[in-house]
Design a protein. Structure first.
Length: 140
């Protein structure tokens, strides 16, 4: 498997994979997320490609101090095969190459399988609360 920035001709396949792996939410448009990540100066979507087929993705970016990972998706038939680990290592390298000292991941509390996966890679609970405000729903 080669890992590289997601080629444009595989954008639709990435969104299909995100849906298939349960990563999308009604309030986040995956096409918009993908476009912003691919055109932003501090982000990209990495693709795991095997025999010209998209088998994994991960969105990676940084805010100047912390790196962030979103949309880690692995083709269901390849889950637990090491592909996710390879994708995360690629994210770590991408962030490290930009001089960013920390990489973070937000995982929904109820997703114990993902929490266990990241723990096996050495990620720990940062003991912080993530708060959010939907700006697209505010009227004032």
């Amino acid at each position: 498997m080669k890992i590289e920035p997601l080629p444009h001709h595989l954008h639709r396949d990435a969104i299909t994979l995100w849906h298939a792996t349960g990563l999308t939410r009604p309030w986040n448009d995956p096409e918009t997320d993908l476009r912003i990540a691919m055109t932003g100066p501090a982000s990209t979507v990495l693709a795991g490609i095997d025999n010209d087929t998209l088998v994994a993705t991960t969105m990676v970016g940084h805010d100047g101090h912390r790196g962030w990972v979103y949309y880690l998706a692995v083709e269901p038939s390849l889950q637990a095969s090491g592909v996710g680990r390879q994708m995360m290592r690629a994210c770590e390298q991408w962030v490290r190459a930009r001089g960013i000292p920390k990489l973070q991941i937000m995982v929904r509390d109820e997703n114990q399988a993902a929490i266990d996966f990241y723990a096996k890679l050495g990620y720990t609970d940062a003991k912080v609360a993530v708060l959010g405000l939907r700006l697209d729903e505010q009227t004032t």
